[in-house]
Ligand binder design. Structure first.
Ligand SMILES: Nc1nc2c(c(=O)[nH]1)N[C@@H](CN(C=O)c1ccc(C(=O)N[C@@H](CCC(=O)O)C(=O)O)cc1)CN2
Length: 300
């Protein structure tokens, strides 16, 4: 491997430390404790792990955590009623509904019921519009984490060629907006993109967010490029024993790392930054709600 490893786990720890410092200041100087409400509907095992981790890390940085675990059969009306209660609760500065939701619930309707000022996921249509027009918004956590790591590694991103593979509302589209905001020349590639390999080969920055295990091989990567791997895919790992699995990204790590200048690993890359940025967004939302100066370096 020749690439520098961008250690998301270590970087996330520094973000959490900064968040904890701001939380302590909010308590001491203003008597305010930021509060984050996380809503989980159903029993998806991965979602349960993420929600537990969010609650634990929220408390560790000194904030209040409010967990709402609802039955898989919860009606849309009951979920919307809970969101309304949280929207009107002054102790709650951030609201997050864990995705995916069970099939009978309309994700767009539910997300757009959250007060945009408390939408720490940045998925509400108002925040999407504000980000798209370069205005102050809540920024989705995963792309924000990627941007923080890229800025930390490169300093300025101005003028760099960036290719985002994947056009999801949660990662691909907001990631492209953020890179554009930092004056990159941005291409969004997807499943219908012609000559994907050639498109990716032009990029100084590759952000892979397609959810297809090891789809990007090293020979697609321009020598010295920075590879940000958003994918978290569980695959069979018979080499570890019968029935065993392991996590891989959307990029084939060994071949990409042999060519890239820098690369994020999976696990331990983008994933830990997602929760760290959620905490950062909650502090930002709390400061904005109280008319206080928001923390520097924790937003886009
Ligand atoms: N409302 C939301 N739902 C979902 C989001 C989100 O940002 N908001 N993102 C994902 C899940 N997610 C957080 O919710 C998340 C995914 C992965 C990680 C992480 O740290 N992954 C580890 C590996 C974990 C493992 O061993 O399985 C890593 O990459 O190192 C954190 C958060 C979908 N839903």
């Amino acid at each position: 491997m020749t690439a520098t490893l961008i250690d998301g786990k270590a970087f996330a720890a520094t973000v959490r430390e900064k968040v904890a410092g701001h939380v302590a200041r909010l308590k001491e100087e203003h008597g305010i404790t930021p509060g984050l409400a996380v809503v989980l509907v159903g029993e998806d095992p991965a979602s349960q792990v993420y929600v537990r981790s969010k609650g634990k890390q929220t408390v560790e940085v000194g904030m209040n955590s409010y967990e709402h675990k609802l039955d898989a059969g919860t009606s849309e009306a009951d979920l919307l009623a809970l969101i309304d209660t949280l929207n009107n609760d002054p102790a709650v500065h951030g609201i997050l509904v864990q995705l995916p939701l069970p099939k009978h619930l309309d994700e767009d309707l539910v997300i757009n019921a959250i007060d945009p000022a408390k939408d720490v996921d940045g998925f509400h249509i108002s925040n999407v519009g504000l980000l798209g027009t370069g205005q102050k918004s809540m920024v989705p956590c995963t792309p924000l984490g990627c941007l923080m790591m890229l800025r930390d590694h490169h300093g300025s991103l101005s003028g760099m060629d960036a290719v985002v593979i994947g056009r999801s509302n949660i990662v691909g589209k907001p990631m492209a907006q953020l890179l554009l905001g930092d004056s990159c020349t941005v291409t969004i590639a997807h499943s219908r993109t012609k000559d994907l390999a050639d498109v990716v080969r032009r990029a100084d920055i590759v952000v892979a967010a397609v959810g297809r295990p090891e789809m990007v091989p090293g020979d697609w990567i321009k020598p010295g490029a920075t590879v940000i791997d958003v994918g978290i895919n569980r695959i069979d790992a018979p080499e570890k024993g019968e029935g065993k699995t392991r996590l891989v990204g959307d990029c084939h790590f060994d071949s990409c790392a042999a060519v890239a200048g820098a690369i994020t690993p999976v696990p331990g890359g983008v994933g830990p930054m997602t929760i760290a940025c959620l905490l950062a967004n909650t502090v930002t939302a709390c400061c904005r709600a109280n008319g206080l100066t928001e923390p520097e370096g924790l937003t886009a």
